[in-house]
Design a protein around this ligand. Structure first.
Ligand SMILES: Cc1ncc(COP(=O)(O)O)c(C=O)c1O
Length: 411
């Protein structure tokens, strides 16, 4: 049991709260309650010794749990050897090779090569450029409720006018179509389309799972028109859904996979996977795409360790079993409170509790009872539940008991 004694006085914690608001550019209003002291597995402790059950994994990052000893050891080892020595592409970096070989083996034989980045938005940028350069076409087709990041290119293929309009003009030729609507996609995809970009299961859209024919149908439409198919696995990858990648629940292969979040085992790392022949376009002319920090060796070492933990601890199977248990238990709460808890859905440990009311105040109530959950950006009623894949049955029971208590009070 970790030491739960406070790591700072209440005055010191308050000072950090004030200085955080003053010094860190804010994108969400309001004072921050939690001052983090440490984290381990599915638990996070605050500076005053309070314990929280983390059902967010830092929004899909801590898939192997916080501070997994193997990840910590790998970071320490690599940091002692070298952290960063030159820009991506100049030296052969063994940690990058070891990581990418693991990622392409998990993705399947259609994938040979990866470009390493530092974040999800950066992976989106890389994929959009790759598709444009490879096809020589200008247009993208994206989905309603999609989220691919906040940089200008990623924002151009992300949904919701309120966040797009203030930054116009964005990329010009982007057509948004409803998710899971093949007829609408067929209308939008044409001979000018470089790529269709889609989250196989929508994360910020509310953990939306498409019907079985949808992703294979998009594949067919892309093949017919010569467009590329990009699957954004930034949130859904690295075992979150019980498979390495969410699209592996269906028989479909994209041209490009983007990933980030959990791939670095807690450190900033992203990857874009495709065929070697597609990436060859970035050498013509040389330096067509670049990043200084992408594929940082310490992040790669952490990513290798996290990948191996998923394999050796059987976390894909565990996520599948625990996800089914979680949804079954939440289903019992829904049966008792059907007017308030209107849907429970998900795959693996990627789960939505759909409420008939705004999810944000309910998430606050959960936080006050020691449970961290998230809402999602593009669906007001969804509570997002995505704990570390190492979560135990007992921790799920603890979570469901708190959900039941709070919803019963509200119901
Ligand atoms: C599906 C998806 N793509 C891209 C991103 C952007 O990733 P990042 O925040 O690392 O830029 C996110 C972030 O939540 C995401 O969920």
């Amino acid at each position: 049991m970790p030491d739960e004694t406070p790591t700072m006085t209440p005055e010191e914690a308050d000072s950090y709260r004030d200085r955080f608001l003053a010094r860190l550019a804010q994108t969400v209003p309001g004072r921050k309650e939690i001052v983090v002291a440490r984290a381990s597995g599915c638990t996070l402790w605050t500076s005053d010794g309070r314990r929280y059950l983390d059902m967010t994994s830092g929004i899909g990052v801590a898939n192997v749990g916080h501070c997994h000893p193997r990840v910590v050891a790998a970071i320490q080892r690599q940091a002692e050897r070298y952290a960063h020595v030159n820009v991506y592409g100049r030296f052969a970096v063994p940690e990058q090779v070891e990581l990418v070989e693991r990622l392409v083996s998990a993705a399947g034989p259609a994938f040979e090569t990866a470009y390493l980045t530092s974040s999800g938005a950066e992976s989106t940028e890389c994929a959009l450029k790759l598709a444009r350069k490879y096809t020589g076409r200008p247009k993208f087709v994206a989905m309603a409720r999609a989220y691919h990041g906040r940089t200008l290119g990623a924002l151009s293929v992300s949904w919701r006018d309120e966040w797009r309009a203030p930054f116009a003009p964005l990329l010009e030729e982007v057509a948004f179509v409803p998710f899971d609507d093949l007829a609408a996609a067929a209308e939008a995809i044409d001979e000018r389309t470089a790529a269709v970009i889609v989250e196989p299961i929508q994360g910020e859209g509310g953990i939306r799972i498409p019907s079985d024919g949808y992703l294979p149908g998009l594949r067919r439409l892309c093949d017919e028109s010569g467009a590329m198919l990009i699957f954004d696995e930034v949130q859904g990858g690295m075992g979150r859904s019980g498979r390495w990648f969410a699209h592996q629940h269906w028989d479909v292969t994209p041209d490009i996979i983007t990933m980030a979040k959990a791939v670095g085992g807690g450190l900033p790392l992203g990857a874009v996977l495709s065929r070697a022949e597609v990436f060859a376009t970035f050498v013509d002319p040389p330096l067509s795409h670049l990043t200084t920090m992408g594929g940082n060796p310490v992040a790669c070492a952490a990513g290798i360790a996290a990948f191996d933990v998923i394999v050796e601890e059987g976390l894909l199977e565990h996520a599948t079993a625990m996800g089914e248990y979680l949804r079954a238990e939440l289903g019992k709460v829904q049966a008792d409170l059907p007017g308030l808890l209107v849907d429970v859905r998900g795959r693996g440990l990627w789960c939505a509790i759909e409420l008939s009311v705004d999810a944000n105040p309910v998430a606050k109530l959960l936080e006050a009872r020691g449970v961290l959950v998230g809402s999602v950006l593009n669906n007001a009623g969804t509570i997002r539940v995505m704990p570390p894949l190492v979560i135990t049955r007992e921790e799920i029971d603890e979570f469901v008991a708190v959900v039941r208590a709070i919803l019963t009070d509200l119901g």
